[in-house]
Design a protein around this ligand. Sequence first.
Ligand SMILES: Nc1nc2c(c(=O)[nH]1)N[C@H]1C(S)=C(S)[C@@H](COP(=O)(O)OP(=O)(O)OC[C@H]3O[C@@H](n4cnc5c(=O)[nH]c(N)nc54)[C@H](O)[C@@H]3O)O[C@H]1N2
Ligand SMILES: Nc1nc2c(c(=O)[nH]1)N[C@H]1C(S)=C(S)[C@@H](COP(=O)(O)OP(=O)(O)OC[C@H]3O[C@@H](n4cnc5c(=O)[nH]c(N)nc54)[C@H](O)[C@@H]3O)O[C@H]1N2
Ligand code: SF4
Ligand SMILES: [Mo]
Length: 697
Amino acid sequence: MSKVSSVYSNCGMCSVRCPIQVEVINGRVTWIEGNPYVAGIESSLCAKGSAGLSLLYDFERPQYPMIRTGERGSGQFKRATWDEAFAYVAEALNKIQSQYGKKSVALLDRGAGLFGEIQRCFLRAIGSPNYFSHDDFCRKNVDLAYQSLLGYGRPEIGYDFANTRHMVFYGRNAIEALGVREVNNIVKALTNGAKLTYIDVRATKTATKATKFLQIRPGTDYALNLALIHVILRENLFDRDFVDRFVTGLPELENFIKPYTPDWAEKETGIPAYEIINLARQLASDSPKVILYPGWFAARTMDSFYFARSVIILNALLGSIEQKGGLILAKTPKEVGAKGLNSILERIPAPADKRVEAEEGKGFLYDGAGHILHLYRAIKTGEPYPIKALFVVRYDPFAGITHKDIKEILNGLDLLVAVDTNYSATAWYADVVLPESTYLERDDIIGLQRGAKPTLVMRRKAINPIYDTKGKWEIFTGLTKACGAGEHMPYETIEDIWNYQLEGTGIKIEDFNKNGQVALCKNPVMYSRDELKFKTPSGKVEILSSKMTEREVPYFLDFQTPPKPNIEEGEFRLVFGRMAVHTHVQTHNNKYLNEIVPENELWINEGVAKKLGIKDGDTVEVSSGDYSGKIKAKVTPFIHPEAVFMYRGFENEVPVKTRSYGKGLNEGRLLKGAFEKMAYGSHTGALFECFVKVRKA
Ligand SMILES: Nc1nc2c(c(=O)[nH]1)N[C@H]1C(S)=C(S)[C@@H](COP(=O)(O)OP(=O)(O)OC[C@H]3O[C@@H](n4cnc5c(=O)[nH]c(N)nc54)[C@H](O)[C@@H]3O)O[C@H]1N2
Ligand SMILES: Nc1nc2c(c(=O)[nH]1)N[C@H]1C(S)=C(S)[C@@H](COP(=O)(O)OP(=O)(O)OC[C@H]3O[C@@H](n4cnc5c(=O)[nH]c(N)nc54)[C@H](O)[C@@H]3O)O[C@H]1N2
Ligand code: SF4
Ligand SMILES: [Mo]
């Protein structure tokens, strides 16, 4: 008789974490599909989610803890037991912290997300405040913009695509850079007759679904928005009731926006003035059921923080906040009448020291997780104080900026520890590799999914680990104990953690058996305008943000025309993005996904390519001054002449990942100077500000 079971869990193939149902037969995972009980998923998964099986059964991933024996990056490691690895790390940390202080240890995380509190506990338990997340290269501008205007962070904002009338996406290539539920809702809206205005430098898959595609000059989205605000204010198209009740700073905005007319914006963006005026009028007539989407990845240009603010201001002017078919604010457990989880982090005393960037004066915003570029600078220069040990968790900094920069930075460390499920380039360079079990082989702490209906989610293992790997909770409790701080994480089993988290909530571990989730209220909670209050000090949408006042950040930024690449000389702005079948840098060696797309191409405008003698399918050389590589050209009319584009994350350089080794070209290695570019007001990265040269190879 076969033993068959179904486990409800969460996908781990990208950071969206779609709910899944996993089928296990005789201890082997045989099938993964979307959790059929969750609306908007209805059993569907994307290609990456379905390919989870070939991550699980891949032998080209780290199978046991390893300690480096050769040069950094040589790939020479010795196998260690977990106890040996923990003891090795603890001893090194002890030495570093005695010499440089407790704060000289940092942890760089892909992001706290649903299940990420556990690694923060370790850092806090050993007394360091230096927690950093990848957000500076991803969504931080959107997050800080929301915080500055509404007092809510980005994870607390939902978008009611299913019920909207008009969506505006700025390079938010949602059909390809996807989350299953979001795509399903967007498609539902389009089927119901909603409009989608899509703005990008190239015609993406999302552009092909759009009602209107507006091709924009690279780096000028902020100019477009200034003109949209201009028209909406000049023509009185805004939602007066919402603005009167909830928006402060309108006269200052009106004054600032005066010179930014549609005719002016046409010259900057290449989008005709009449299109801008039409869009503003359409949005007004579709309002309040409109969503101007500030996107996800907004670490693009130097003005990205102000761009993100302009998108949120547009939503506020159109009254689409806390509105069906618009933006929805997350409710805390308390707001829906429930008790939330107990925090395993908050029970540990916070360190007295300040994070590196908190010592760097004012002029930029910061919040819960530190700024990566400040961290890198501290490691490199020892200012404002030295960082000598770095834990990298579920993140691959090697894959983001140039080798020259990242090596220079990481070589400043006495200890580099990677916690990864794969051989990332950073793990390959690390002193100690602590292999985490894949999401199908591990339990995680309970997470709170925020929204109008806050919901607790549990990730449970479908099978026991195949190799000598551990879950994150085991790795970080183990490390904490080895460092002599075990009293802060007194857990022996995952149930100890779950029970602590659930204590006093009235919810039990068994309550997750039914479908992996427990909602904290029956129906989504939304506020009427009479009940609505924002989380800013004034309770309003603050265009003149208190947070910015306090941090001495200007409220407005004048638009600066981006530099023009010398196209005739084969110079272009390098832009890049995600593809539907891959996740950043982590899936290119996956047996199934590698088979579907093994390498990338370089999109280049047809007219320009002709002048440079480049034909479709030719091999071209792309160079930045620090690095050059070869890639196949995709010659197309569907990209702006000033930009070249490639899909992200190819050209794996870790030889033991044999399927993807050396295939394609990595955009990160070409980002010369990106390390020095800090966006205005937010100090995030500005990854689309680098130019490259292209010529026929
Ligand atoms: N050059 C360049 N830099 C970028 C971007 C870009 O497009 N180009 N994009 C930016 C954005 S938006 C983002 S979100 C980041 C993405 O940051 P990346 O570092 O590119 O992210 P991923 O490929 O998602 O994953 C990083 C590592 O996490 C590991 N991993 C996956 N699952 C697990 C797990 O369950 N446990 C553990 N411990 N490790 C796991 C993977 O194997 C991988 O090595 O990069 C940012 N930086
Ligand atoms: N399949 C898949 N889905 C993912 C991910 C993944 O790795 N794989 N990662 C997830 C993560 S972490 C993130 S952050 C999101 C990212 O989601 P998105 O931001 O939607 O994704 P990208 O592919 O980075 O899109 C960048 C787009 O910006 C365009 N662009 C370049 N310059 C400009 C410009 O000046 N103006 C405008 N308007 N557009 C421009 C590019 O042509 C490209 O289409 O995707 C998420 N979803
Ligand atoms: S979008 Fe795809 S890869 Fe990401 S969590 Fe959902 S199913 Fe998994
Ligand atoms: Mo991201």
